[in-house]
Design a protein around this ligand. Structure first.
Ligand code: NAX
Ligand code: ADP
Ligand code: K
Length: 489
């Protein structure tokens, strides 16, 4: 498992480590890593100019008053020594890290209030983990008029809310972020994750001093490998788990077909379908065993209820029947709306439940839309309803009732296509039926669904939900065989 640590946790680790080192060591480690990363970027950026990298490049530093500006100025001094033309602009009056500013001028860089109009690389050293959301006016003005070929955020994109990833006011949009020690929540959550661009981690020796539990967990392929139930020689189709899908209706048969397609791609050995779209499901998937109602279906190890079931009496019965049983349940789509209307259905339920709302469904359940702090909102709903919550959207988050939060690192906007949530819910149900607990199943389902979306839409292909379902087996195969770095992340 990977993770992102809060600014307070980083400061605690720093306070423990700092006294063991000569003064300034951590900042020098950060600056050295930052300068090396910038040099690599300049080399790639300027590969069309006879292989020139740092030498002869133009670098502008926007330097804030704190240590973030210090990192940026020391790194810029290293670039200046290698032949870059460096202009550093103090963005808050003339308050800048004095030693770092002196190092830059000694290396030939210039402190100025009038930078050139364009540069190869813009270093955002305005605010780091000490920053409050929003940018000073001078920074906004400078960012508006300097044209840079590449923008690199130092530690975090300035202006974002570091611990929630929300962006309530102006902030830097970076192509790359070079961060120190560990990732911060803003690199993986909310609108700030987009503003971070590609995140590069520089080791400054903090890891042994950090709280073992990150603020936000980030799934990686190795987690799924560890959690996966690979069938053994003694397994049969029942021991691998039976997934039950209560989805679709005469009006929305497609939701049934798509949810079943997601479940069939998962690790279970058997998929039962219960609902009024049985004919369509049978026609499309000979493998699915169909009945008309949840009550008529045999035993399952996990149920999905909701996609396309509508809001009539039979839909309500399906939700009640699923939640009255002992099997873990995934509640999606129309079933979320019904629970919003009749919260008592969920109150008596003892089996583990995963809710998979998008923003509008979240609002129906919680009474207000998710805030800019999406992880905080998901955790609040999970706690209130004592369930696991998978809050969909760009940068899907999974929260458990105990406050544990995961950020999903895969996925792309092409997944915003009708029915793609049905495929996700079906897959999630299969994972739960195979024995994975609700949080892990939700994390794994979001990860694989995102990866399948990447595989299906590679090369800018347009995709439908069926394409996502078809790509799931390959996504699963790549992840389980350790090929996580391949196309489609
Ligand atoms: N903590 C660590 O372990 C390390 C931190 N380092 C660097 O230090 C940074 C943190 O430095 P600081 O604590 O000095 O904090 P910052 O550099 O983030 O700046 C804080 C200063 O900016 C002002 N400020 C905050 N938000 C503002 C806003 N929205 N508008 C205007 N002014 C605002 C504050 O009043 C304060 O003076 C990190 O992000 C990182 O770059 C590195 O040097 C290495 C190690
Ligand atoms: N902008 C986006 N970027 C990445 N993924 C997205 C985006 N918008 C939606 N998704 C994903 O697409 C899926 C859509 O699910 P959902 O809203 O339930 O649609 P439907 O009801 O049509 O199935 C979810 O997995 C969601 O996380
Ligand atoms: K910054």
């Amino acid at each position: 498992m990977n993770g992102a640590w809060s600014s307070a946790a980083v400061r605690r680790a720093e306070a423990e480590l700092m006294p063991q080192l000569p003064p300034g060591t951590l900042m020098q480690r950060a600056a050295a890593g930052l300068a090396a990363a910038c040099a690599r970027m300049l080399k790639t950026l300027r590969s069309d100019q006879g292989g020139q990298g740092v030498y002869g490049s133009t670098v502008i530093v926007l330097a804030g008053p704190g240590d973030n500006g210090g990192d940026a100025l020391y790194a810029a001094a290293r670039l200046a020594r290698r032949g870059a033309r460096v202009f550093a602009v103090p963005v808050m009056r003339s308050r800048v890290h004095p030693l770092a500013a002196a190092a830059l001028t000694q290396a030939g860089g210039r402190l100025t209030s009038e930078p050139p109009p364009s540069c190869d690389l813009l270093l955002d050293g305005i605010l780091g983990i000490g920053g409050r959301p929003g940018l000073p006016d001078r920074a906004v003005e400078l960012l508006g008029r300097i044209k840079s070929r590449i923008t690199v955020a130092v530690d975090v994109p300035s202006g974002v809310d570091v611990d929630t990833g929300s962006v309530p006011a102006s902030a830097v949009a970076a192509d790359h972020t070079v961060t120190f020690g560990v990732r911060k929540p803003c690199h993986v959550l909310g609108a700030a994750a987009l503003l971070s661009g590609r995140v590069h981690l520089v080791d400054i020796g903090l890891s042994g001093h950090l709280d073992p539990h990150p603020m936000v967990r980030i799934a990686e392929a190795g987690d799924l490998v560890e959690w996966w139930h690979t069938p053994g020689p003694d397994d049969d189709k029942y021991t691998r788990g039976v997934a039950g899908i209560a989805a679709g209706s005469a009006k929305y048969p497609g939701a049934a077909v798509l949810a079943v397609s997601g479940a069939l791609a998962g690790p279970t050995g058997y998929v039962r379908y219960a609902g009024s779209a049985a004919d369509q499901v049978r026609r499309r998937y000979a493998e699915a065993v169909c009945t008309d109602t949840v009550k008529e279906a045999g035993r399952v190890q996990a149920w999905l209820v909701g996609p396309g079931i509508g809001a009539d009496e039979s839909a309500l019965s399906a939700v009640r029947d699923v939640l009255a049983g002992a099997a873990p349940a995934v509640i999606d789509a129309d079933a979320l709306t019904l629970i919003g209307e009749y919260p008592s259905i969920l109150a008596g339920c003892e089996a583990p439940v995963v809710l998979t709302p998008h923003d509008r469904e979240f609002e129906r359940l919680y009474g207000s839309a998710p805030s800019l702090d999406r992880a905080g909102s998901a955790a609040a709903l999970a706690k209130r309803l004592n369930c696991t919550v998978l809050l969909k959207g760009h940068h899907t988050v999974v929260a458990d009732a105990d406050g544990t939060v995961w950020a999903n690192p895969t996925g792309r906007p092409a997944l915003a296509t009708a029915g793609s949530g049905d495929v996700l819910a079906g897959l999630l149900t299969s994972l739960m039926a195979s024995g994975m607990d609700g949080v892990r199943a939700a994390v794994a389902a979001a990860y694989l669904h995102g990866k399948a979306g990447g595989i299906a839409s590679a090369g800018h292909r347009t995709i439908t939900s069926t394409d996502v379902a078809r790509a799931l087996p390959l996504a699963i195969g790549q992840v389980l065989s350790g090929g996580a770095g391949q196309a489609g992340s």
